[in-house]
Design a binder for this molecule. Structure first.
Ligand code: SAM
Length: 194
């Protein structure tokens, strides 16, 4: 598993939550969609931990090529798509997840509406992302990019915990909850489709 050190705590929490969902549906496999999967490490990890069927999408073709090369199993399917306009039927998935990707999506409203559309009733949306939309750990390889973005006017669009909570509620998710990791650097947000 190639998870970064700062991702492990919340990814473990996410996995615990997914295993609880799985326990509610004995004899069925979770059908999981990851949006903004990059080179696929979370999708592969979630398949290994939950045994669920994972579909993972990203609009960058090269990342999907890398992800396909990495995946050792046909249980994880990768495709080139944008989360803002998904090519899946309504109510296809039990869970939609994303890792450090939501802040990069141009239209958060469309992403959340599309996630709601493809979730089954009772399905859950989970997103792990930077608090504030910027990396605080200067040693992190992505940090320079985020620190540069901080000075730009559009930096105000990045997430606080409160903003992400509000956006999920406004989009129509119920039981919205957002929690921070110990360093208060990353947050795990969740909301349920009623
Ligand atoms: C910081 S990377 C994180 C990738 C991966 N989740 C990880 O943790 O390694 C953000 C990803 O979001 C993807 N992305 C940007 N806009 C997107 C969109 N509209 N729909 C889906 N993914 C998007 C990018 O292509 C990129 O792979």
């Amino acid at each position: 598993m190639e998870l970064l050190e700062n991702e492990i705590e919340l990814v473990e929490k996410l996995c615990e939550r997914l295993l609880l969902e799985k326990a509610k549906k004995p004899n069925t496999r979770l059908n999981i969609l990851e949006i903004g999967c990059g080179s696929g490490k979370l999708a592969i990890h979630l398949n290994e931990v939950t045994g669920g069927k994972v579909t993972a999408i990203d609009p960058v073709h090269e990342r999907i090529v890398t992800a396909k090369q990495k995946a050792q199993t046909s249980e994880v399917a990768f495709g080139v798509q944008s989360a803002e306009k998904l090519d899946f039927a309504d109510e296809s998935f039990d869970v939609v997840v994303s890792l450090k990707a939501l802040h990069e999506m141009t239209n958060l409203w469309d992403t959340l509406q599309e996630s709601l559309r493809v979730l089954k009733a009772g399905g859950i949306f989970f997103a792990i992302d930077w608090i504030g939309g910027v990396a605080r750990t200067r040693s992190h390889s992505h940090a320079k990019k985020y620190f540069a973005m901080e000075s730009k006017a559009h930096a105000t669009k990045y997430f606080t915990m409160k903003r992400l909570e509000d956006e999920l509620s406004k989009a129509g998710f119920a039981k919205v909850n957002v929690e921070a990791n110990k360093e208060c650097e990353l947050m795990l947000a969740e909301g349920e489709k009623t």
